[in-house]
Design a protein around this ligand. Structure first.
Ligand code: KG4
Ligand code: ZN
Length: 403
């Protein structure tokens, strides 16, 4: 793959641009695997003041950052626009106004420099974050015969995909699981907010969970009925349609958030939470795992945090390995912001070892949103000649692999 070159002439240099949520990112990647630069301007601190991403603010920040971020990526890579073989941009899913900034800029560049434009699904990007690093390590495609199973788990998504590379280089995906309500990262963020912790909640809960008892509060997950209809749930009171797409392994994370809220109420924890919230607001410099921050969490809170994480990771693990067994995959890749979670990495690795199933994660830098993953996902499309048309626009609800 690496040596194929899309026409044997180019250097396989792709500029990737990502602006789907709260990170403005640009990267230059050679041959789909070698990141020559990877620049990310995060708006996290801006949105932290509001406890979540504010779409209007995100678009304005992208507008401010896009030109300097792309320039920096080009200069760190030591290449000029004329050297590029293509520009790849995230077309969705994400915030419409935020996506529009990256897409408009990418279109202007491809128009001005007469280069092909490639549209990339953000979720496909997350999967390729792992694949690019794995193929760097082993020097060949991470896909070792047959499809692999990809868990994409972030603030906006919790999806399971069967992913397979076709002969002509392009990847094909089949969605075999998704959350029916909140994403796992969203549950982390909402529970952290309920407990008066910082934003985003994932790193806070990850760090503090190490100090609590994961078995103190027994959270349970409801069993979700398999979806069998091609597009959504089987309609109530109706028999399954004749056309069956196969089993799915869905997730639900809104129940555990409600359970945490109920626990807080019944255990009378509100006052302590209010104290903690105001202490943390006065000390924005306190890091998630720091002793100062932990000192404001009593044993009961730490136990609640550890139990929440234990339950969420357990649920992700059970569904993923059940799907892996059903579909007989040879490997699993886990990506997205929540793939940075230390307990998730440890338990997935251990389960994979037990079953003789390799599990791959991206480096921490490539777990969260970045543009190297967009450029990497665009490489097989460049090889296969899958280019975007002039009317490429934001696709906020874009899906991957149907369903
Ligand atoms: O992929 P990402 O950067 O953006 C989206 O596409 O959503 O993921 C951000 C999400 C947030 O919900 C954040 O709380 C979560 O990833 N996250 C974590 C950790 N680091 C980030 N969740 C659990 N443990 C972590 N260490
Ligand atoms: Zn993402």
């Amino acid at each position: 793959m690496r040596d194929a070159g899309h026409d044997g002439k180019g250097k396989g240099l792709i500029l990737g641009i990502e602006s789907s949520c709260d990170e403005t990112a640009a990267a230059v990647v050679r041959g789909g695997t070698e990141a020559l630069s990877n620049v990310v301007a995060s708006q996290m601190n801006l949105h932290a003041n509001y406890g979540g991403v504010v779409p209007e603010l995100a678009s304005r920040e992208h507008l401010k950052n896009i030109v300097p971020v792309v320039r920096e990526a080009m200069s760190r890579a030591g290449v000029g626009f004329g050297d590029l073989d293509a520009v790849a941009v995230t077309e969705g899913p994400g915030l419409a106004g935020a996506l529009l900034v990256g897409i408009t800029y990418a279109k202007a560049l491809t128009f001005g420099f007469n280069k092909p434009l490639i549209g990339v699904n953000h979720l496909e990007g997350h999967i390729h974050a792992v694949l690019m690093e794995a193929s760097q390590r082993v020097g060949k495609s991470a896909q070792d015969g047959g499809p692999l199973l990809a868990l994409v788990v972030s603030g906006g998504h919790t999806h399971l995909y069967l992913a397979e590379q076709r002969e002509q280089g392009a990847w094909r995906y089949r969605n075999v699981g998704r959350t029916v309500d909140d994403a796992a990262g969203e549950a982390y963020d909402k529970v952290a907010k309920l407990l008066g912790l910082g934003y985003p909640g994932g790193p806070w809960i990850d760090a503090l969970a190490k100090r609590g008892n994961p078995l103190a509060v027994p959270f349970r997950f409801a069993q979700i009925k398999p979806r069998i209809h091609r597009d959504g749930m089987v309609p109530k009171n109706k028999k399954a349609p004749a056309k069956v797409d196969g089993p799915t392994f869905d997730f639900s994370f809104s129940g555990i958030k409600t359970a945490v809220l109920r626990y807080i109420e019944t255990q009378g924890m509100r006052e302590r939470i209010a104290e903690r919230r105001s202490m943390l607001a006065d000390h924005p410099e306190w890091k998630p795992g720091s002793d100062e921050a932990a000192a404001w969490c009593d044993a009961q809170t730490l136990d609640l945090i550890a139990s929440f994480q234990h339950a969420v990771v357990g649920n992700l693990l059970r569904q993923t390995f059940a799907a892996a067994e059903t579909f007989g995959v040879r490997s699993i890749v886990v990506s997205g912001g929540v793939a940075a979670n230390s307990e998730l990495r440890r338990r997935f690795q251990a389960e994979g070892d037990k079953r003789g199933l390799p599990v791959a994660f991206p480096s921490l830098a490539l777990s969260t949103d970045n543009a190297a993953m967009i450029a990497a996902a665009a490489w097989p499309k460049l090889v296969a000649g899958e280019f975007a048309s002039d009317d490429l626009g934001p696709a906020p609800q874009l899906r991957l692999g149907g369903v």
